[in-house]
Structure formats: structure tokens, C-alpha cells
Design a protein around this ligand. Structure first.
Ligand SMILES: [Zn+2]
Length: 318
């Protein structure tokens, strides 16, 4: 079965200001990387705009309306010191959240095996009632609730290998025993959450549903792979999700300017295949991946390339 690819040019037009690391060129680099002959089998789909009903499952409705009502007609409006909206940001944020819900529809219904959503703005820092860290709406959280409410899935997992802790996703899921969040991230680093002790509630088998693996600055491939091999993948397998959603940030890469880990391009191929193997065991390979961070344009393009190549591969061959 095929891999779906969700992308819309309005997500390039979202522009949080000159010199901002979360820049339009990020998505240009990703789109260009996936243009080549080796990606001609991708099932390219247009992301629809999210509905208010979809957004309200993961956010306070007042917050959602406040964001959408305050999109500027010119210039920038700031949600916090480093999170800004430009005139295109409203539609971009709606398509980012709506696109991943459409990806869930396509994967859960069996039309495609898995999906990669290349959207901006990213989402994993967005809290229920607060945008932060370049994020407006928490796309993966919106998608997890969509999977549960619309498709009746019982257990949904989000795993996050962005170098920054996905505080918004963790907090949104924290008291829900049927939503799992697992993350590797640099610590200490922005946003300051993500300690091992933050374990969430226990599920019906008495197991924790929140799993953080902080990595010390200067950690590289060995520590990154050990975090997933020894802790995150077995914990995810034990949770036995009906769908796996990936917060795919590529800013743990050694060339990334915003953090201090030394993950290599090929580590993203490896971790993708390992998460796919868990998906094969738990949920017939159902997996939806969503772009988060990654701020060195060359490293981002190379990492997305190996990530999507892995998604398109037959995981039974590994
Ligand atoms: Zn990040």
C-alpha cells in the first residue's frame, strides 16, 4: 500500500518574520526534497482546513477563536515572544491541523498504509489555551482526538523525536489513560519540561502513559538509538496503540542551529523503521507522521528524505 503526502503552498506563506528560524524556506526545502523520481509513488493529497469542531477537541474554544480572530491583514501579531502570525497564518494553521486529520482518515480507512504531513506552523508546543514555541494549534493532538471520536479508536499514541520536548502534547494527554505520549529530547533545553518523573496516569494495565527520555547536550547516535531501543519502543509496544502518530522534528540533527544533539541523518531512517515495526505489530502498520522542527535547511531536507523513504518501504523487509 502507498504512502500519502500532504502539502499545501499556503503553509509556505505563513511567515513569522525575517530572521525567524521557523521560516518559509524550511517547507520549500522539504517540498523540493520530495520532488524527485524516487518519490513519484507518493500519493499526493491536498490538506483540507480543520473544522472548529476538530480544533475544539484539543483546545479551549475561546483560544481557537482568539487565534483565528487575530490573524493580521498585514504585519505580524505575536502570541508570545517567538510565536507570530502573518496574514497567511490562519489558513496555514487550519490546513496543518486539517491535513493531519485527513491523513488519519486515509490511514485508518486503509486507503493508504501511512502518511507524511509537511505543514507549517508546527504544533507540539501548543497548549490547550496557549500558542508557544512557533506553534499555534497542536496538530498531533487534534489528530489523536479525531482518530478516537470519528473512527472509534480506543488507544492512540504520539511519539516525538523533535529535539525539544512536546510539552503541549504531553499536557493535553496527561490525564487520559487511552492517549500515550513518548518523547526523546535534549534536556536542559526549551521548553524546560520533559523529565523522566513526568509519567502521566496509568492505563488499564497499570502502566504509565507518558514516557520521557531526556538526553544530555552533545548526545549523539548512540544515546538517541539507546533511548528508543531500550525505553521508548518497548513502552510504545506495551501500550499497544490502534494508531501511531509521529511528531517528526529533525532538529536533533548534528547540524541544527537551535540545539546541541548530534543525531545523524541515517538515525532518522532507523528510528522511522523501528516505529513502523511497532506499528506493524500493534496496528497493521497504521502510522501518520507530522513535520515539527528542523532548522538547518540541508539537514532538514536530507532527514525528511530518509524518513519518507522509510515510510514508503516495505517494513517487512527489515
Ligand atoms: Zn524542535
Amino acid at each position: 500500500m502507498s504512502t500519502a503526502f500532504y502539502f499545501h503552498p499556503v503553509c509556505i506563506d505563513h511567515d513569522p518574520g525575517s530572521m525567524h528560524p521557523e521560516c518559509p524556506d524550511r517547507l520549500r526545502a522539504v517540498a523540493k526534497a520530495l520532488e524527485g523520481e524516487e518519490f513519484k509513488e507518493l500519493d499526493r493529497r491536498e490538506p483540507p482546513k480543520a473544522t472548529l469542531e476538530q480544533l475544539d477537541r484539543a483546545h479551549d474554544s475561546d483560544y481557537v477563536r482568539s487565534v483565528l480572530d487575530n490573524v493580521p491583514t498585514e504585519g505580524l501579531v505575536y502570541l508570545d515572544g517567538d510565536t507570530a502570525m502573518s496574514p497567511a497564518s490562519g489558513e496555514a494553521a487550519l490546513r496543518a491541523a486539517g491535513g493531519i486529520c485527513a491523513a488519519v482518515d486515509a490511514v485508518v480507512s486503509g486507503k493508504v498504509q501511512n502518511a507524511f504531513c509537511a505543514h507549517r506552523p508546527p504544533g507540539h508546543h501548543a497548549e490547550r489555551a496557549q500558542g508557544m514555541g512557533f506553534c499555534l494549534f497542536n496538530n498531533v493532538a487534534v489528530a489523536a482526538y479525531h482518530a478516537r471520536v470519528v473512527h472509534g479508536l480506543k488507544r492512540v499514541a504520539v511519539v516525538d523525536f523533535d529535539v525539544h520536548h512536546g510539552n503541549g502534547t504531553q499536557h493535553t494527554f496527561y490525564d487520559d489513560p487511552a492517549l500515550f505520549f513518548g518523547s526523546s529530547h535534549q534536556w536542559p533545553a526549551y521548553p524546560g519540561t520533559g523529565m523522566v518523573e513526568e509519567r502521566g496516569v496509568e492505563d488499564d494495565r497499570g502502566a504509565s502513559t507518558n514516557c520521557n527520555v531526556p538526553l544530555a547536550p552533545d548526545s549523539g547516535s548512540r544515546e538517541f538509538r539507546a533511548a528508543w531501543q531500550d525505553i521508548l519502543l518497548p513502552t510504545l509496544l506495551d501500550f499497544a496503540p490502534d494508531l501511531i502518530i509521529v511528531s517528526a522534528g529533525f532538529d536533533a540533527h548534528e547540524r541544527d542551529p537551535l540545539a546541541n544533539l548530534n543525531v545523524q541523518t541515517e538515525d532518522y531512517s532507523w528510528v522511522t523503521r523501528e516505529i513502523m515495526n511497532v506499528a506493524d505489530e500493534c496496528c497493521a502498520g497504521k502510522l501518520v507522521s507530522n513535520l515539527e522542527g528542523g532548522y538547518d535547511l540541508g539537514a532538514l531536507a536530507a532527514s525528511v528524505t530518509v524518513h519518507v523513504k522509510a515510510l514508503m518501504s516495505d517494513s517487512s523487509l527489515y
